[in-house]
Design a protein. Structure first.
Length: 544
């Protein structure tokens, strides 16, 4: 009888005696061997169907990738000689799942791989990222392959070399099964993504990061929705130009956690800096390194690419973009062509920002005047007064001549699918910005100093008065830092803030009522809801 000693090394390849009761006790079935593989991979490689079934039933991840690459890389990473052993009892993560006698006293990477995983695999081949499905395919075991696929294994998942499981299949049943399931998986994945888009529309996701800008959000979301659902020209990428004042969320609207490339075009103002963009030609320094954009696009050809402040780039850089925007391909300094027809290109620019801002303010004033004339008495009517649109006449007679004069070519502007206009914030949006900024600092105060920060509604109105149309949301951020955070820092330095206290921001008026100047004050709120105004010494007060 084998003793279930959790300190003993376990050789699942030879014994495969799985104590299911240990799994029921909460032992993690995804625990890894010290060299990187999981028990599920071992069972798949060695055709142990009963072990495989038990592991899957207890939550083993069929899509987990192997951390083991090959004998030599792993020995170097782990600091273990590829052949040299060590005289000691070998401890393994699998001790929770399998058991074996204590005669195994020596281990090394090669010996461990052959004895504890499989001796049928090459010691030089790379296995990093291989899943249990990859190993079942290498073992040419149709039954194991089906078990893994039915348990949710992704047949399209690639290893570190970029190969799916089917790339390792021999001619026969395994290859046929994988090909069939790849089609099924793509259909299921497409339905799941479509359902996800219906439940969480892109407009909703963008609004989590952007305040206001309804028109811009709707324009971008509509274009991307066409692409996601197959209603687009697959020979040409999507190209946007975002126009508007500084600090209103143009770069943030292209936010995406995966496959995002950002290029600051202020770094490409000189003619010779084109080489940084696509790579130096042969014979020049940096030729082997490649270009900043071409390297990233080669790694992710369907990325969202942001060209921030494109108006600052040299005209030769814009010339390169003509081919990129029209045909969705780019040739680097080595003469290699990168196909990126599925990419989305977004340019931001402050060109014509003053004209757009003034026109938007005029439209907003007209809308508010109409709203007052109609005596709007509900929130929906008031909100509609802020939903303004730039007129087509203004775009053609004012904006397009400015863009043409700056970019100096119609063919460049003609390759842009949508020109998106970002407008100055209205008062209700400014209140949201102030509230968001105060919430940010309230979280910081709680995390760093265990201080609870509260504020009254008049505080939002007072801080919103610091908005500057030319600087956008940055002016609100700076106003909050100047009038609120400076006071908090001064009070903390003067030891006026007890640990764990509650602070309230309020507005007080100084001078006569008609000519009073409102200012912010900090109050410490007691347990009985009584408040005490903090007396911050004038030299450190932001009000002086």
């Amino acid at each position: 009888e084998w003793r279930l000693d959790r300190g003993l090394y376990v050789d699942c390849k030879h014994t495969l005696c799985l104590p299911a009761q240990l799994l029921k006790e909460g032992v993690d079935p995804n625990h890894r061997h010290r060299l990187g593989w999981t028990a599920l991979m071992v069972a798949a490689m060695n055709r142990q169907h009963s072990v495989l079934k038990t592991l899957l039933e207890n939550g083993a991840d069929p899509n987990a990738g192997d951390h083991f690459n090959n004998v030599y890389d792993t020995s170097r990473e782990k600091g273990i000689h590829s052949l040299e052993g060590k005289s000691a009892l070998c401890y393994s993560q699998y001790s929770h799942l399998f058991c074996i006698s204590s005669w195994v006293l020596r281990s090394a990477v090669l010996v461990s791989r052959e004895d504890e995983f499989s001796s049928r695999l090459s010691s030089r081949a790379g296995f990093r990222g291989c899943t249990a499905l990859h190993y079942a395919t290498l073992a040419d075991d149709p039954h194991t392959v089906r078990m893994l696929l039915e348990a949710g294994a992704n047949p399209l998942q690639t290893n570190a070399l970029g190969h799916t499981a089917r790339a390792y299949a021999k001619e026969g049943e395994v290859g046929t099964v994988l090909q069939e399931w790849e089609g099924k998986f793509q259909e299921v994945q497409a339905r799941r993504e479509a359902e996800e888009r219906r439940r969480f529309p892109l407009e909703k996701r963008l609004k989590e990061h952007i305040i206001g800008q309804e028109g811009a959000i709707n324009t971008v979301a509509s274009a991307i929705r066409r692409k996601e659902n197959g209603w687009y020209d697959e020979e040409h990428p999507l190209v946007f130009l975002f126009l508007g004042s500084s600090g209103i969320g143009k770069p943030l609207s292209s936010f995406t956690p995966d496959g995002f490339i950002r290029m600051d075009m202020s770094e490409f103002q000189e003619k010779h800096e084109v080489a940084k963009f696509i790579g130096s030609p042969p014979g020049y320094v940096g030729h082997e390194e490649g270009g900043q954009l071409t390297k990233l696009l080669r790694a992710c050809p369907n990325a969202v690419v942001l060209f921030d402040e494109v108006d600052k780039a040299h005209p030769d850089v814009l010339t390169i973009m003509l081919q990129l925007f029209d045909e969705g391909r780019l040739t680097d300094g080595k003469g290699k062509t990168i196909e990126c027809k599925d990419a989305i290109f977004i340019m931001t620019s402050n060109v014509a920002s003053d004209e757009i801002a003034q026109h938007a303010l005029q439209l907003r004033q007209e809308a508010e005047e109409v709203s007052r004339r109609k005596l709007a008495d509900n929130l929906e009517d008031v909100q509609k007064s802020h939903d303004i649109k730039i007129s087509r006449q203004f775009k053609e007679s004012v904006i397009r001549p400015i863009l043409k004069a700056h970019f100096r070519r119609d063919e460049f502007l003609g390759r842009i699918n949508e020109i998106v206009y970002f407008l100055p914030f209205c008062h209700s949006e400014l209140l949201q910005l102030v509230s968001k900024e105060l919430t940010f600092w309230a979280k910081k105060a709680k995390q760093r100093h265990d201080i609870t920060l509260q504020w009254d509604r008049p505080v939002l109105d007072l801080l919103a008065g610091g908005y500057n149309m030319h600087y956008g949301a940055r002016s609100i951020k700076h106003e909050v830092e100047r009038r609120v955070v400076n006071q908090l820092a001064a009070a903390y330095e003067q030891e006026l803030l007890p640990k764990g206290c509650t602070l309230r921001l309020s507005v007080k008026s100084e001078g006569q009522e008609e000519r009073s100047t409102p200012s912010l004050r900090l109050e410490v709120v007691g347990e009985d809801s009584s408040s005490r105004t903090l007396d911050i010494r004038p030299p450190l007060s932001p009000e002086h």
